[in-house]
Ligand binder design. Sequence first.
Ligand code: NAD
Length: 480
Amino acid sequence: MKPTKGDTIKTITTHYIDGSFVESHGREVMDIIKPANGQVIGRVTLADEEDTRHAIAAAKSAFASFGRSTKEERAKILRRLHEAASARIDDLTSAMVEEYGGVVQFARPIVESGINAFLASEKALQELPLTRSWGKTTVTLEPVGVAALITAWNANALFICLKLASAVAAGCTVVLKPSEMSSLQTRVMIEALHEAGLPKGLLNVVTGLGNVVGAELTRNPDVAKISFTGSVAVGQKIMSDGAATLKRVTLELGGKSPTILLDDADLGKAIPSALIMAFLNSGQACAAGTRLIVPKKRLDAVKRAILDAMSAFTVGDPADPKTAIGPMVSQKQYERIESYIRKGIEEGAEVLVGGEGHPEGFEAGYYVKPTVFVNVKNNMTIAQEEIFGPVLCVIAYDSEEEAIQIANDSKYGLHGAVLGTDLARARRVASQIRSGRVVINNMIDDPQAPWGGFKYSGVGREYGRYGIQAFVETRAILES
Ligand code: NAD
């Protein structure tokens, strides 16, 4: 991998500890590759255990005072964080397009929704009673302590802002470990947040590998809480290794979300909506609706509607506002998706759209063909495992009960959708889906509504008051 001629390579050798950018003690250097063309665009020096302990110590020392901050002090900080991050929306969006390959039509709203989390958390904090008393008993919500925030690469700005906002609202100090693949994006974000003039040590950031920095955060007794977004395997490891120091954990993990299309759905609206949910963030989305469950009697019409609607899902340069699907984040991710497409074909599913290999003209980057499989049985590998790419499985059902049974026949339970015309019926079906969030008729968001998974999709909730509650302990004081 060579740098593109004429491009400057961005070099990062520091971490953000105790309010300053400090040189890395860790010496390992990692290349940052641009997914759209496979070229090196950056080099980052990775943190080691000592950098991590340094950051934890700074957070611990800051917790002595910030842990006793008032609601109004925290609210002020949240407003300053919002202002500081808002000033860099364009830079944050460009960094997500460049380093991650996120399509600009999704990258900007995702950056904005992250930044809005600061104000949403402030609102939730104002509405959340931190003290309740009766008789001679007083119950308070106390910050849990130093919180480690460990995040994935597919929506870096959103994860950082969302977790930081909830932690600050609760009165916690923080050590953030972003994905090492999001180093350039994180740097823009931290430069922005630095301008908020935070108390020193409130926010510390160490960029490094999971099995080095993440492992130290998981075992260090001075870390009270881990808020994690990533894969099931790493979530399980954090939960089991964290048990030694009785870590509190919030785990936001994978998904294989069902979209139930009811037989009264208007296909002209429902199919584009289903495809948007399937191909969200180029398919690299935990909430992606990757199992479309359709009435058998409407299968032919559904196939025609999918073929018609696919023209809107153009593959291309992520910086082009017309592009709906960009490259995958890495060669590894490209290969993973290709292997699932092969597996689907081997298991007897039929390719309606897409298939193996790069789309024509996009051989240089990590592009895959958006793929729709039909004749999928829910017990096939492609219907059970999270692919994390633009691959949709269409599964047919005979009755509403069977549709619900297929939707719930998954180890995951993060998100779900119901598409139909009769709202009362759609609500009835939605109420039987075993997932943390279910949307009716479109992909929508509410920053005060909880986010998180049933089953293997995770433990705990984020967003609004649910997010703040994940960073507190409850204390009762009883007078005689
Ligand atoms: P990942 O689990 O490989 O990595 C996530 C983070 O954990 C990274 O920062 C990584 O460095 C760190 N890590 C790795 N090993 C570790 C260890 N031993 N100890 C501590 N930390 C360690 O996940 P990923 O590939 O970055 O992200 C994709 C996954 O994230 C998908 O499964 C996706 O569904 C999930 N995800 C979930 C949500 C949600 O809200 N539920 C959102 C986005 C992504």
